[in-house]
Design a binder for this molecule. Structure first.
Ligand code: ZN
Length: 504
């Protein structure tokens, strides 16, 4: 049994493409199988929903509700853990919330993009598979062009890599997730539907020549590749976590100042500071250290960001310095500066939820003047640290124009699955029961969903009556041989999530 997860796929994306004959492989799968509107769970964010699909439990009980989660926060085992614990060979490829990777016996795990380290299971997976390593990586903010390149790369490489894994490992149950549709939906919606309103599902196929149309075609080709690798008795399940619809266009300025710091004579290691974020607001934290040295760094950082000027010579960044240590009596700030700092901290805490409480000598916080940037971006000449550059070398404009829709997609075909034309309705919570039953295992009694019996061929169902098993008799989460979870909330992970538009 193979579960192909397609993050962000909705029927409103698929149906007009099917009608236009643009997704022939999916049409062939639907022809021999059954489909449903899939009700999702709250919060409608990928890690929460994919964990509900894997565990058959709501986010309140499995415990995964945010993007910082690792597998260590899962409160209930997944159906994959349970099947592996019962001797089935299980393979997980780029599936979310699978880091650190469980040591599945005779199975494989390539953790999904929220991974906090490079660990895979087994460590020599790629050598033993005889295929080049490929998985989706979001380790820095990407330009629009880089996003397009990464989306195309995923559609090209992931189905081939997955079928190579199936071929080499012959798992009983395998699951993978494709992220290209979700990434395209968030950033390239109006490229597909230029006249889209501020919200609403599409009623037509994305326009010819658009990235979404290319992605849906590429996805279809990948589904063709995967289903060609399966036998008629194999079951193919397709599931998404949510659909997609138009969203109100918004954009965020993301600084690209890191490369210019050196020109300003500033070096993170030597001068004892960290550029914590550049997304929406730029924050540099000066590490605790010798007062005079660190204070000089704080002053130089402030001067660096204040040196960002438009073609008219006026400032582009509003700069605020915050102290992190008690200052000696002869270096006290004026009352006015102390009041201003305190006011800034209060606003940051209550309006943006930002606290400046890590150990620090101080912080420099710099925000772009949005109206001025808009006037100069992308190609006017601006300055920073005395250097002339184009506005888009100082900041990137990150555009978002699509948003999630709560109805997802589910399809099953092959093996004992019935063929039926009309579309049914299921919940993401039902998927784990179906996976257990189709794997020939009893359904754990702690799953919140129900087994959709009417999806199974009646003769098969009679010969293989569904069994239930008390969850207390089942093994728990399969342990990992890799490192324990990193500290929750690390700045690099947060910056990555901001660049995806997932957190502010
Ligand atoms: Zn999304």
């Amino acid at each position: 049994m193979v579960l192909v997860g397609i993050d962000g796929l909705g029927w409103s994306l698929v149906d007009p493409m099917l009608a236009a004959g643009e997704m022939p492989h999916l049409a062939a799968i639907l022809e021999r199988g059954i489909a449903a509107d899939l009700d999702t769970v709250e919060p409608v964010i990928s890690p929460a929903v994919w964990s509900s699909i894997a565990t058959g439990r709501s986010p309140d009980s499995h415990g995964i509700k945010g993007f910082m989660a690792t597998r260590m926060q899962l409160r209930t085992p997944t159906i994959f853990d349970r099947l592996a614990g019962d001797g089935r060979r299980v393979g997980l490829y780029d599936y979310l919330v699978t880091w650190p990777p469980p040591a599945l016996p005779d199975g494989f795990v390539v953790p999904g993009w929220m991974r906090r380290g490079p660990e895979i299971w087994p460590v020599d997976l790629w050598d033993r598979t005889g295929v080049g390593a490929y998985w989706v990586v979001y380790d820095r903010a990407l330009t629009r062009e880089e996003h397009v390149a990464e989306i195309r790369k995923e559609l090209k490489r992931k189905p081939a890599t997955f079928t190579a894994l199936l071929e080499a490992w012959k798992p009983d149950v395998a699951a993978m997730i494709v992220y290209a549709v979700d990434r395209t939906g968030h950033r390239f919606w109006r490229d597909g539907w230029p006249d889209a309103g501020d919200e609403g599902l599409p009623t037509t196929a994305p326009r010819e020549g658009s990235l979404m149309r290319e992605v849906l075609r590429g996805l279809d080709a990948g589904l063709g590749e995967i289903s060609a690798a399966l036998q008629p008795e194999d079951v193919l399940l397709l599931a998404s976590d949510h659909g997609f619809q138009a969203g109100e266009p918004r954009y965020v300025w993301a600084g690209r100042t890191r490369d210019h710091l050196r020109a300003g004579g500033l070096d993170e290691t030597r001068d004892g500071f960290i550029l914590v974020r550049e997304w929406g607001v730029i924050v540099a934290r000066v590490r605790p250290g010798p007062f005079d040295e660190r204070d000089a760094t704080l002053d130089r950082l402030a001067a660096f960001f204040e040196s960002a000027r438009g073609p008219d010579g006026k400032r582009l960044l509003d700069v605020q310095v915050l102290d992190g240590v008690e200052r000696p009596a002869d270096r006290r700030r004026s009352l006015w500066v102390r009041v201003r700092q305190r006011g800034f901290r209060l606003v940051a805490r209550y309006v943006f939820g930002a606290t400046f409480d890590e150990p620090a000598h101080g912080w420099v916080v710099a925000r772009f003047d949005g109206d001025r940037m808009k006037a100069f971006w992308p190609d006017a000449d601006v300055h920073i640290a005395g250097r002339k550059l184009r506005a888009d070398e100082l900041a990137a404009r990150e555009d978002f124009d699509g948003q999630h829709d709560p109805t997802a997609v589910f399809v099953a075909a092959g093996g004992p699955i019935r063929a039926r034309a009309e579309r049914g309705r299921l919940s993401v919570l039902d998927v784990a029961s179906l996976v257990a039953y189709l794997a020939g295992e009893p359904v754990p009694d702690d799953l919140e969903g129900t087994l959709p019996r009417d999806w199974i061929d009646p003769a098969w169902l009679e010969a293989h009556p569904p069994r239930s098993v008390p969850a207390s008799q089942l093994p728990g989460l399969v342990p990992s041989e890799a490192a324990p979870a990193a500290a929750v909330g690390d700045p690099a992970m947060l910056e990555r999530l901001r660049s995806l538009g997932y957190v502010e």
